[in-house]
Design a protein around this ligand. Structure first.
Ligand code: IPE
Ligand code: IPE
Ligand code: MG
Length: 250
């Protein structure tokens, strides 16, 4: 019996067996997306925030267990005060609006970055969402907020230096695994695939240490146009790549 179009659409294609387990996304292009439509940049950020829900909920079907998204960098403070405070208000609203959805989805939410520099209300909401979802395991969503890799490695090194200075760690015990335990991402596996939207081919200080062996995809789509179909296409392309980690393929 032929399936109706609707039924066929509902039936899920199995996730790619060799797909990425951890996808990290540099969500770029909100500002240009808005400008192209004659709207203020914040309009683009609002549209971008809406895309996050679909992207997170698409992960389990794609076999993606960990999703890490770059929301605000340590360099983004250089933007106008209007844009920065608009973004901070958007993050607060995002948490308030999405908390129950993320909880129902079974998403475990974590934040990485230097939260001490964020306003107290936002810090409280971030802690609330982390606590609310701390028992979940369906998909792990990590939001990089006031995050920069150099800042993260610097903060990690400061904490590590204290351990050495106070005699709890010997200098010769400091190897790359030990150092990694001081990073904000210490509980996460390294990303397998890093996607950057908007056509820019740069990393902009995102997960430099963790992505040493990640595969990269730079796509022209602006973040507010990043549909689950675009996501799926990128994830399926990843399966065709050969990762070597420095070895010669057998
Ligand atoms: C990414 O979009 C979101 C943030 C950096 C907060 P942009 O705001 O960088 O958008 P473009 O790159 O100016 O188009
Ligand atoms: C990177 O995008 C940061 C986020 C997506 C949050 P930017 O738009 O800030 O990066 P640059 O300035 O183009 O390198
Ligand atoms: Mg940008």
């Amino acid at each position: 019996m032929a399936l109706s179009k609707a039924t066929a659409k509902k039936m899920k294609t199995p996730p790619p067996a060799d797909g990425p387990k951890h996808v990290a996304i540099i969500m770029d292009g909100n500002g240009r997306w808005a400008t192209q439509r004659g709207k203020p940049r914040l309009f683009g950020h609002q549209a971008g925030a809406k895309r996050v829900r679909q992207t997170v909920s698409a992960c389990p079907d794609l076999g993606v267990k960990y999703l890490t998204i770059f929301a605000f960098s340590t360099e983004n403070w250089k933007r106008t005060q209007t844009e920065v405070s608009g973004l901070m208000a958007l993050f607060r609203r995002y948490i308030q609006r999405e908390a129950s959805y993320l909880q129902r989805l079974g998403a475990r939410v974590r934040f990485i970055g230097d939260r001490a520099k964020l306003d107290k209300k936002l810090q409280t909401l971030m802690q609330y969402l982390e606590d609310l979802t701390s028992d979940n395991d369906h998909v792990h969503l990590t939001i990089a907020l006031n995050y920069g890799s150099r800042d993260e490695v610097t903060r990690a090194t400061q904490r590590l230096a204290v351990e050495v200075a106070e005699g709890r760690l010997r200098p010769d015990q400091v190897d790359s695994e030990t150092l990694a335990t001081f990073l904000d991402t210490y509980v996460l596996p390294d990303p397998d695939l890093v996607i950057r939207t908007s056509g820019e081919a740069r990393i902009s200080n995102f997960l430099l240490w963790q992505s040493a062996y990640a595969e990269y995809e730079f796509i022209d789509t602006q973040w507010p146009d990043f549909t689950p179909d675009v996501f799926e296409a990128v994830v399926r392309r990843y399966g065709k790549r050969e990762r070597r980690f420095g070895a010669v393929p057998s």
